[in-house]
Every structure is written in C-alpha cells, then in structure tokens.
Design a protein around this ligand. Structure first.
Ligand code: TYM
Length: 345
C-alpha cells in the first residue's frame, strides 16, 4: 500500500461512486460482481469507493465487529487492486453530507416507491413491524451516497439494480421539483458473468454474507482447503455438464459454477464451455478450485499483511475522506441553496 502524497482525483470519462457494507466476510459475489469491476474501471473514471457503515447498522451490528469489518473491507479492496491514492477510498460515516442529503431525499422519495423495494421485503422478512426504520429508508441513503458526488456511473452486482432505479427517480424528481438540473441521472454498470453469483447450496439464491451456512459462499479469506471443500460440496445435478448456454435452463447450480469459472478466468461463456466439455463435474470442480485459489490466494495474503497495520489503513481512509468531503460539501451546499435553507453566516 502506497502512502506517499495525496493525488487529487482525475477528471476522466465520468465519476464513479460505489459502496460495500462492512457487515462480515467479503465473498466471491462481492469480488466478481463489484470489486473486480472497480479495479478495471479505475483507469478510466474518477472513482470514489465507500465502506457504508451507516447502511450496515440498519440491522444490528456488534460494535467491535463493525470496527474490525470496516478495516477488513478496506484491506480487501486494496488487496484486490483498488488504488487508494489515485481514488478516494473512505468510510461513509466520515463524510456527514451523505446523511444530510439523505434527509432531504427522505422528503423527495415517495412512500409508494419505497414500498416496492424487494430488498427491504427480503431483509425485513415476516416480522416487518420489527424492522428498523433505517432499513426502510436505506435506498434513500444509497441515493444520497451516489448523488452527493453527482456520480455518473455506479458499478454494482445485479441485486442493486432496483435501488439504482430509485436513485434515478429521486434525482429526476428533485430536478423537476426545484426546476434546476442539480443531479445527473446515474447509470448502473452491471456486467459480466459475475454480476449475479449464486449460493453454492441453492442456485436460486444469491451468494450473501447473511446466509447461515458458510458452505453457501467462498469468502475472500478462505484458504485452499476451505475453497476445495466448499466447491466439492457445492450442489450440482445428475446430468453431464452443459455444453451450451441453452442447457443452463432449469440447471441453476451448474450454470452458477460455470459462470463463476468464466468470471474468474475473465473469458466468454462459449470459450469456457468448449474447454470443459466432456469433463465430469468432479474434474470441473477441481479446475474451478485451482482457478479460485490462484485468483484469491494472493489477495488473501495481501489482506492479512495489511490487517497487521490498522493504523496505516486508518491513515489511508482518512485521506480518502478528505477528498470525498471536499466534493460532497460543495454539492450539499448547492442542494441547501436550491431547497431554500437560509445560508449560515
Ligand atoms: P453489498 O455490501 O451487499 O455488496 C457490495 C457489492 O457486491 C455486490 N454483490 C454481488 N454481486 C454479484 N453476486 C452476488 N452474490 C453479490 N452479492 C453482493 C453488490 O451488488 C454490490 O455491488 N446497498 C449496497 C451498498 C451501497 C452502495 C451504495 C452501492 C450503499 N450505497 C451506493 C453502490 C452505490 C449493498 O448492500 O451492497
């Protein structure tokens, strides 16, 4: 991790904001659906990457775990190749403008819009009365994360699509209500075979940190043995491996493992299918394990090294927050003026 100097953000093809929750282990879905795309895009975009601790507490987090997970996510992102010097890598609670703009958006977004959010329904479950109010208005805060930087592009996994549509709706309603184009409509960047990595136990559920069984996911901190065991135990079906994408129909587990392989090797599906045709599932799983270990092993080792120096991680995050605050405070000031708040003298 380089610590020298503070490079200003570069004006490039556009401005990216994306975020990740510090709620537990980073997993292969986070890596293939989000972080790896961030690393690829950082060459061409001005990038802000945010560890969203305000979002994390919408469900209970043990305070000691939250601190550790916040540093661990930062270490994971840097180890995976996010450049914290060229970009801004920071913690959401270090930039108060996110929460301030979120309040304004609470007054722009409509109840009907939030009532349609499927992630709230999934997370709140049957006992909706007992869910935190924060969980309900979570998408408004997410819109604020993006729009407080007037970000033009948001690279995420497919599960965030509905939240991004809401962010666009909020931007548009704000611009119309106040008769001024303050916000751009941010473009989702959702791409590649890694945009939807599914559970290893159930090909119809997404791989997630909150799934109870650790066998459902590959964590970025898993060692070779854990990765091998999890892929060995991964659910499959009795048919031979599919040979065309059309054969993925009704075979979600097989499709998932092949998609993971394509994403890890960064190759198109037809090429991957041609390579594995004729293999038994067991031989394919060995191949998959070797590939995952080759990709995740070095990231894992670097993550551990970085975690040995939490002070250095905190320094990097403080520098990121400085860059982020500089942009966010200007946008918030503009919003407050447009809304008609009396300027502070
Ligand atoms: P979070 O923390 O759940 O996930 C972080 C990123 O990883 C992606 N992801 C996946 N991609 C493919 N397959 C999966 N199984 C999978 N699981 C997770 C997510 O799509 C995401 O890109 N609400 C967001 C965090 C957030 C945010 C933002 C994102 C807050 N503010 C502003 C973008 C812009 C979330 O809970 O991500």
């Amino acid at each position: 991790m380089s610590t020298s100097g503070s490079t200003p953000l570069r004006p490039l093809a556009g401005r990216i904001l994306s975020g990740i929750q510090p709620t537990g282990n980073l997993h292969l879905g986070n890596y293939l659906g989000a972080i790896r795309n961030w690393v690829a895009l950082q060459k061409d975009f001005e990038c802000l990457f945010c560890i969203v601790d305000l979002h994390a507490i919408t469900v209970w987090q043990d305070p000691k775990d939250l601190i550790r997970n916040t540093r661990e996510v930062a270490a994971g992102m840097i180890a995976a190749g996010v450049d914290p010097v060229a970009n801004a890598l920071f913690v959401q609670s270090h930039v108060p403008a996110h929460a301030q703009l979120a309040w304004v958006f609470n007054c722009v977004a409509r109840l009907g819009w939030l009532n349609r959010m499927t992630q709230f329904k999934d997370k709140a479950g049957k006992n909706r009365e007992n869910a935190s109010v924060g969980l309900y208005v979570y998408p408004n805060l997410m819109a604020a994360d993006i729009l407080v930087y007037k970000a033009t592009h948001v690279p995420v996994g497919e599960d965030q699509k509905q939240h991004l549509e809401l962010a666009r709706d909020i931007a548009q309603k704000f611009n119309i209500d106040f008769g001024k184009t303050v916000f751009p409509l941010p473009e989702p960047v959702i791409r590649g075979p890694g945009m939807r990595v599914m559970s290893l136990r159930d090909g119809l559920k997404k791989m997630s940190k909150s799934e109870e069984s650790d066998y459902s996911r590959i964590n970025m901190t898993d060692d070779r043995d854990a990765i091998a065991l999890k892929f060995q135990k991964a659910k499959t079906d009795p048919l031979p491996l599919p040979t065309t994408p059309a054969e993925f129909e009704d075979r979600p587990e097989a499709a998932n493992l092949i998609n993971i392989y394509a994403a890890l090797t960064d190759r198109a599906l037809p090429e991957v299918l041609a390579e594995i045709t004729g293999l038994q599932f067991s031989a394919f799983k060995t191949k998959l394990t070797e590939t995952a270990v080759a990709v995740l092993g070095p990231i894992n080792a670097e993550m551990k090294r970085l975690m040995n120096d939490p002070t250095e991680i905190d320094r990097v995050l403080a520098r990121g927050a400085e860059k982020a605050n500089a942009i966010a405070n200007d946008v918030l000031k503009e919003v407050y003026e447009v809304v008609g708040f009396l300027p502070r003298h």
